[in-house]
Design a binder for this molecule. Structure first.
Ligand code: GLA
Length: 735
């Protein structure tokens, strides 16, 4: 690690010295710049965030800039505006006044961190604002380290990760909202005067309802592949608050950080509180461009094992629910192996001795194999998997217990519960949340995974569920003056535990399930390989949910399964081909009992698995270009993935509604090389005759300015017609 104080070796290293006394810092990435004025003795100011500035622009900026805001507004002096930080000092003073003391840059694991050290003008209270960049990524991560050197506690009343002023104008916000089984719906609206707030207070999971990520389209109504966009993703798995205050100042003031409500933090003398990172990106290639920036940065730097291809799996949940037993598991393993799958995951229902887990009303916490259901235990299942040439995975929910469990009988003090009040129970009428602020609970959760992995090192995959929010504010572990730390210390404890787990077991694939969709956040993904996108497997609704999720998260992280028809959530009947075509645009899996499939459906799934293996590297590592939004209600949705070399691409097209003689727009493609020639092959084909353009060659220019005409229906026998239609085209460069 190399540390350099800019004030010692002169800020001229970064900016040519000029007549002005301003010390400008250009925190830059390949295509973007964030410019700060870090003049010693003054508050830190932000002058620019957007396109990359060169030294000429920087020189002019010293005198010409009008964009002149505190980079981290603090509460107390001129307290009318919103602030990023609000503190009650040890003597009760609620005002803070920061000035720049030093700027330090350091190299750490290939990243450069620029830190601006500020202190209060009269109190020994420090704030270090950090900006982290990596050479190949257009993402800047910012966070604050807040240190109390006063003679006793200070209280942090608000402690945001970052702030960004956006010039008032025709600025549109894209954000995600939803609810369980309807996650990641897209909301797009112009920013108007007043306050827009996006928040979470679940305590445990944080993306079922709103998401902790947003995008701002700076040039009016959002466009996918053109226009200036700023994206922001708060990397935090707990309660968050993002808000935009549009006041009379010609700026939209954007703040993002931990939700401070009922979470004021008592910082002891000598202690430092570090906020989670806020990841910022800027693109001039529209919303899809900002998504690509997040995807690339996330895959390479945050998602666990983001460079490793994900396996095609069968998950047992919707196939058999709690009816787990050895012959059924063995049958499912044989079936998925024979269909070309690579992994089988045994879901809920395999554990519990005194209280066998036959429904959701007992046993969480008792992670012992139910030998009535599985007489040969996990080893028996691992052997069957091996015999079939596939890997084996298992479901756990280690942050939770049921009040009907041996764990709860032994340790009622381990659960989250308010003093003097009855236990509030969730799922199944008995589910409770373990108190991860308690180090003993952290050990317990670590041991759940460590014991499994030590006893059965061949376990390849863990589905880590979390099916309850914090249902009452109360820690039986934290002292009475620290009760407001519950939400934050829960997640500190979780991350500490995940760190230990990953240190001991770096190779096991772990899915963040969280009731489906509850943990799609960059703050949790460093320890997880993927998330369960939603408990809703309905292919039509998945088009919408996966579209929204793709704004911030890459396909490799988005688990997407072909499930039964009628669907178990919406009861909609959708043909297998369409279900497969939707699931193939994410991390493909199956979630049904293969024995219930007829031969035709099985053949389609097998074809899909075979075809998916061909396009898997493009879907899982390629660049995403969203083309036609389902939210635009044009009757069709479409997106594509293109390799970095632009030599291989896959185009997805799904009809989202059907009417007779319906007119659908033709979809021009994007992201190809206009000068390259591509051969088009339909994959996952069920038509009797190939499409007219099958095997034909087109220039990237033609495909991007015209696109290909898709037939409205499948060309199948009359009795096999359905009201759904979808296409997946593989485009390969002709060299
Ligand atoms: C949650 C998950 C499901 C399944 C069940 C098991 O609802 O989201 O996928 O694992 O729990 O109880």
């Amino acid at each position: 690690m190399k540390k350099i104080s800019q004030f010692i070796i002169a800020s001229a290293l970064i900016i040519a010295p000029g007549a002005m006394s301003a010390d400008l810092i250009n925190v830059s990435t390949p295509a973007t710049s964030l410019v700060l004025d870090a003049t010693k003795g003054e508050p830190l100011k932000i002058l620019h965030y957007g396109s990359k500035l060169n030294s000429k622009d920087m020189e002019a900026f010293k005198s010409a800039s009008t964009f002149n805001h505190m980079a981290y507004p603090v509460y107390g002096i001129q307290p009318q505006g919103e602030s990023a930080l609000s503190v009650t000092h040890n003597d009760g003073n609620r005002s803070t006044d920061l000035e720049v003391v030093d700027v330090v840059t350091e190299e750490m694991n290939g990243a450069t961190i620029t830190s601006v050290l500020m202190h209060d003008k009269v109190y020994p209270f420090e704030v270090k604002l950090n900006y982290k960049v990596r050479p190949d990524y257009d993402v800047i991560e910012t966070w604050a380290d807040i240190t109390n050197n006063e003679k006793g506690n200070v209280t942090l009343n608000r402690f945001m990760s970052g702030y960004l002023p956006l010039r008032y104008g025709n600025v549109w916000l894209s954000s995600l909202y939803g609810s369980w089984a309807n996650e990641a719906e897209l909301n797009q609206e112009p920013l108007t005067h007043g306050l827009k707030m996006i928040k979470n207070k679940d305590g445990v999971r944080n993306s079922h309802t709103a998401h902790a990520e947003v995008m701002f389209s700076l040039d009016g109504e959002p466009r996918e592949n053109s226009g200036r966009v700023i994206g922001a993703a708060l990397c935090y798995p707990g309660n968050y608050k993002l808000f935009i205050d549009t006041d009379d100042s010609n700026y939209h003031h954007f703040f993002a950080g931990i939700n401070e409500e009922n979470s004021e933090y008592l910082l002891k003398k000598g202690e430092t509180f570090s906020t989670p990172e806020l990841a910022l990106t800027y693109s001039e290639e529209g919303l899809s461009g900002a998504s690509r920036n997040f995807h690339k940065w996330g895959r390479d730097n945050r998602l666990h094992a983001g460079d490793k291809e994900r396996k095609v799996l069968l998950n047992s949940w919707e196939g058999v629910y709690f009816d787990i037993n050895e012959p059924v598991m063995a049958g499912m393993m044989e079936d998925i192996a024979s269909m070309g799958g690579e992994l089988f995951v045994m879901d809920d229902g395999w554990f519990g001795r005194k209280y066998p887990r036959n429904s959701d009303n007992s046993s969480l916490g008792d992670w012992m194999v139910d030998t009535n259901k599985l007489p040969n235990g996990i080893n028996g299942l691992l052997e069957t998997a091996k015999k079939n040439g596939i890997s084996f995975g298992i479901w756990i929910e280690p942050e939770m217990a049921n009040t009907v469990s041996e764990l709860y009988e032994k340790h009622p003090e381990y659960i989250i519960k308010a003093p003097k009040r009855p236990v509030i129970e969730g799922r199944g009428g008995t589910q409770v949340v373990l108190d991860l602020s308690n180090p003993k609970v952290q050990d317990l959760v670590f041991e759940v995974v460590d014991t499994l992995m030590t006893k059965y090192p061949e376990i390849d995959y863990i589905k880590w569920d979390a099916n309850a929010p914090i249902m009452e504010h109360g820690s039986q572990y934290l002292t009475s003056d620290n009760q407001s730390h519950l939400y934050i210390d829960y997640h500190k404890g979780l991350i500490k535990t995940l760190d230990r787990i990953r240190e001991a077991h770096p190779d096991v694939t772990i899915q963040a399930c969280a009731s489906g969709g509850g943990r799609a956040n960059w703050g949790i993904l460093p320890w997880f390989d993927e998330f369960w996108t939603s408990d809703n497997n309905d292919a039509l609704q998945r088009i919408y949910m996966q579209w929204g999720t793709s704004y911030f998260f890459p396909a490799i992280a988005m688990a997407s399964h072909i499930s039964a028809s009628p669907n178990h959530q919406t009861f909609r009947r959708i043909p297998t081909k369409f279900r497969a075509d939707v699931a193939m645009s994410g991390r493909l899996g199956l979630e049904m009992q293969p024995k219930d499939m007829n031969e035709d459906d099985k053949a389609i799934c097998m074809q899909a698995i075979e075809d998916y293996k061909k396009i898997r590297p493009i879907v899982q590592f390629g660049d995403l270009y969203r083309l036609q939004s389902p939210f635009d209600k044009k009757g069709v949705a479409s997106l594509m993935y293109v390799t970095a070399e632009k030599d291989d691409a896959v185009f997805f097209w799904w009809k989202t509604e059907t009417f007779m003689n319906q007119q659908l727009p033709r979809i021009p493609m994007a992201g190809l090389d206009p000068d390259k020639v591509y051969k088009v092959n339909e994959i996952n084909r069920i038509d009797k005759e190939p499409l007219t353009f099958e095997g034909k060659e087109f220039t990237g220019k033609f495909l991007m300015s015209n696109g290909l005409e898709m037939p409205l229906t499948y060309n199948v026998d009359y009795n096999k017609n359905t009201d759904f239609s979808s296409r997946v085209l593989h485009l390969t460069e002709v060299k």
